[in-house]
Ligand binder design. Structure first.
Ligand code: NAD
Ligand code: GLY
Length: 361
């Protein structure tokens, strides 16, 4: 077993992120964190046949329930969270129980939200299986579900006991999902890690070819960046907001086209190109910077143009529902350079409209 351990430093709620190969079968990784007899594993219909048995093999000394949810962003709703509560209650799970979320960001976000709410909080372990979940969503304690009027609008901050990121599971992830995960990887380079951005420019083909060493490096470097940001600003009063680069545009695309039409990472890719365009209009990025950013997303096989079906008025309406907004005014993360992001800034309506109009057509 090859393993790296990074810590998310949050005082007495600090926790490890285990990154490596063959981790799913390491019983001790699970058992050292589980302090209860009752354990529930939440997963979905795609992941269950692939990995559920491997996880359950490590839990033979526990009383284990499983819940297999349908697969898809469109099921990240309160209705499906209620199904998890129903299961926990019907199985008489106590407050000291442990919930394991085995899956991508959808299962991780929903499982974490249930763990935060069930009897006001039960123990929670993240086993992220998509690249996006391994580099972003499983780390940092953002949990929640979508609402028809806005992405991730219902949720809670709730940290896991540990994150077990086994890169071997990425072998079964399809190419489109792998690319979607790369959107969040590129984000770290853009907001705070120019060296990593340059490494990505050199190594994106290796990542797309699933080179093990390159993937391991990208996961570790992404988690390191995320762990540092979360340790500094757990509840997003400042720097954590920079992780939302491109997300306000992206969430508008996801909500406006119907959840699941664009993958989250695809919407973030487009949104980040829009944020780069707006940063150029502010005079902070050069034309060459913007071209370089777009080129990397394209090389990662990600879309860079917004859907034709969303016009600028629809974008503005959707962007008005965002957690960074204050008093209903849109605030965005922009770039002052490749490798440097702003905190949320109020936006000149004319410039935003120019980006929405010119970039999209
Ligand atoms: P996802 O959970 O829908 O997973 C993507 C697809 O890949 C699904 O069909 C899933 O079943 C499949 N899959 C996952 N792992 C697999 C594997 N190893 N083999 C085969 N198939 C596999 O989506 P995602 O991209 O993982 O996550 C996106 C979600 O995460 C969005 O809801 C987004 O809002 C959320 N998110 C949350 C945070 C956070 O901080 N909490 C950060 C970023 C994104
Ligand atoms: N994915 C954004 C955050 O965790 O803050």
């Amino acid at each position: 077993m090859l393993m790296k351990k990074l810590m998310v430093a949050l005082g007495d709620r600090s926790y490890p992120i285990y990154i490596g190969s063959g981790l799913l079968n390491q019983e001790q990784l699970y058992t050292q964190h589980i302090k209860s007899k009752q354990v529930i594993v939440i997963t979905n219909s795609t992941i269950a046949p692939l990995y559920l048995d491997q996880v359950l093999n490590n839990l033979q000394n526990f009383t284990v329930e499983t819940l297999i949810l349908p697969d898809g962003e469109q099921f990240k709703t309160l209705d499906y969270v209620t199904q998890i509560f129903d299961k926990l209650l019907s199985c008489k799970f106590s407050r000291n129980a442990t919930l394991i979320a085995l899956g991508g960001g959808v299962i991780g976000d929903m499982g974490g939200f249930c763990a935060a709410c069930y009897q006001r909080g039960i123990a929670f372990i993240q086993i992220p299986t998509s690249l996006l979940a391994q580099v972003d969503s499983s780390v940092g304690g953002k949990t929640g579900v979508n609402h028809p009027l806005g992405k991730n609008m219902i949720g809670a901050f709730y940290q896991p006991l540990c994150v077990i990121a086994d890169a071997d599971v990425l072998n079964t992830l399809d190419d489109r999902q792998l690319s979607a995960g790369l959107a969040e990887v590129i984000k770290y380079g853009l907001i705070r890690d120019i060296e990593f951005f340059e490494w990505l420019e050199q190594n994106i083909e290796l990542l797309l070819a699933r080179d093990k060493a390159a993937l391991a490096f990208a996961i570790e470097r992404s988690c390191l960046n995320k762990a540092q940001i979360v340790a500094e600003d757990e509840t997003e009063t400042g720097i954590r907001a920079t992780l939302n680069l491109g997300h306000t545009f992206g969430h508008a695309i996801e909500t406006g086209t119907g959840y699941g039409t664009y993958l989250h990472g695809e919407a973030v890719s487009i949104g980040t190109c829009q944020a780069a365009d707006l940063s150029r209009r502010k005079g902070w990025l050069t034309d060459a910077d913007v071209e370089r950013i777009i080129a990397l997303f394209k090389k990662a096989n990600l879309p860079v143009k917004p859907p034709e079906q969303l016009d600028s008025d629809q974008f503005l309406e959707l962007m008005a529902v965002d957690k960074k907004n204050i008093d209903g005014n849109i605030r965005l993360i922009l770039l002052t350079a490749i490798g440097a992001a702003t905190l949320p800034v109020g936006i000149d309506a004319l410039l935003l409209e120019q980006t929405l109009k010119s970039y999209s057509r």
